[in-house]
Design a binder for this molecule. Structure first.
Ligand SMILES: Cc1ncc(COP(=O)(O)O)c(C=O)c1O
Length: 379
């Protein structure tokens, strides 16, 4: 059967195309135009971030962060293996070494109790990933970082609008990285943002993002010509993409309301599956999530494959991820052999259900009904 309910779907809210037209009318479609500034200011005001720079992707925000902390050959960065490849690639690209640490079985986030034993004299940074938009234990991580004088770069790619003890994720470590890829709650197609919480990094961040030049200062009239002043690359998105992001940010409350509604409904309707050993997200107290993901953890890889196949036969796409980075063929070429039992187990059990703004109540009811049928009648 063909897929009738996709895993994800994009949504136009209405003003995107007129904003793009307006960007052309302003005769400024490269980066740092009206729309880029608007989005950055919106994030600074709404999430109380010191400084935000839009980037071409979440991947590039992390790569910029690694440049900013001066990550060098043979330095080490502590991060989870249960994450998207970009978190580790940014480390490898600097010639440094990713040191994978196991995750917690409840939040699937970096296990803060295992971090200190992974620290060596070469450790330069910790990169907590707020998986599914749920916060890592940031107090514990910041205390460890302070004690060992390490940078903290939050991979908040999935975490827009989520909080830890009342603070928005991405604004707690020295740097925070967002993704606005089409799979995220708020999207500009491809894009991201770097959040800079340390004053001393702001000017250099602007330079790195502008191909190693001081063009940002030139545009502000602070220097009379711009020139090559540092290393850098083209991490600055077009104002056309930022025009799309403006619409999405203007609808953030609406997007979150809808996602939270879908998330609560899944939680409530599928709660009975605990009798089959199936569980879902844990949100620690003092944290709020953003309903970025709704996942189920099944009791075996075999059961998960059977469930995915069953749903596909019925026209519904449910998906799994990640193949743990430490067990990938590429990691083996780096000589990274390590045993991460929780990461391994979770990667065999987790399956994600469709959750997106335009998912209708009827379609969600069908997903719920099929899921209950699979466990109650078929499995
Ligand atoms: C945890 C995590 N880090 C980094 C990224 C990279 O973001 P982007 O796709 O915008 O480059 C993603 C996106 O999927 C992600 O989920």
């Amino acid at each position: 059967m063909s897929i009738q309910i996709p895993f994800n779907r994009q949504n136009l809210f209405g003003s995107e195309l007129s904003y793009i037209q307006d960007a052309y009318a302003r005769n400024k479609v490269a980066g740092d135009g009206f729309y880029t500034s608007w989005c950055q200011k919106y994030m600074e005001d709404t999430f109380e971030f010191q400084k935000v720079l839009l980037t071409t992707s979440g991947t590039h925000a992390i790569e910029m962060a690694m440049l900013l902390i001066d990550l060098k050959q043979d330095d080490e960065v502590i991060l989870p293996s249960y994450t998207f490849v970009s978190t580790a690639n940014a480390v490898i690209l600097r010639g440094a070494k990713p040191v994978f640490v196991d995750i917690r079985p409840d939040t699937l986030n970096l296990n803060e109790e295992l971090i200190e034993q992974a620290i060596t004299p070469r450790t330069k940074a910790i990169m907590p990933v707020h998986y599914a938009g749920i916060a890592c234990d940031m107090d514990a991580i910041m205390n460890i970082a302070e004690k060992h004088r390490l940078w903290v770069v939050e991979d908040a790619a999935q975490a827009i609008n989520s909080t830890y003890k009342g603070r928005y994720l991405g604004g707690i470590g020295h740097l925070g990285c967002y993704s606005f890829h089409e799979t995220k709650n708020v999207s500009m197609g491809e894009g991201g943002a770097l959040v800079i919480n340390d004053d001393s990094l702001i000017q250099r961040a602007e330079i790195i993002r502008e191909k190693g030049t001081n063009r940002s200062r030139f545009f502000r009239g602070e220097v009379d010509k711009y020139t090559w002043v540092d290393m850098g690359s083209s991490f600055l998105p077009s104002d056309i993409n930022a025009a799309v992001l403006k619409t999405q940010l203007e609808h953030l409350k609406d997007i979150q309301r809808q996602r939270n509604h879908l998330y609560s409904r899944y939680s409530y309707e599928l709660e009975s599956l605990t009798k089959y050993g199936v569980r879902s997200t844990t949100i620690p107290k003092d944290c709020s999530g953003n309903s970025h993901m709704f996942y189920l953890l099944l009791d075996s890889e075999k059961a998960r494959s059977a469930y995915i196949d069953y749903m596909k036969q019925k026209g519904v796409l449910v998906v799994f991820h990640y193949v743990p980075l430490h067990s990938s063929n590429f990691a083996k070429t780096l000589g990274t052999t390590i045993d991460l039992p929780v990461t391994q187990a979770i990667s065999e059990q987790l399956v994600r259900l469709p959750i997106f703004y335009s998912l209708t109540e009827d379609d969600q009811s069908r997903i719920i009904e099929l899921t209950l049928d699979f466990f109650n009648k078929i499995q």
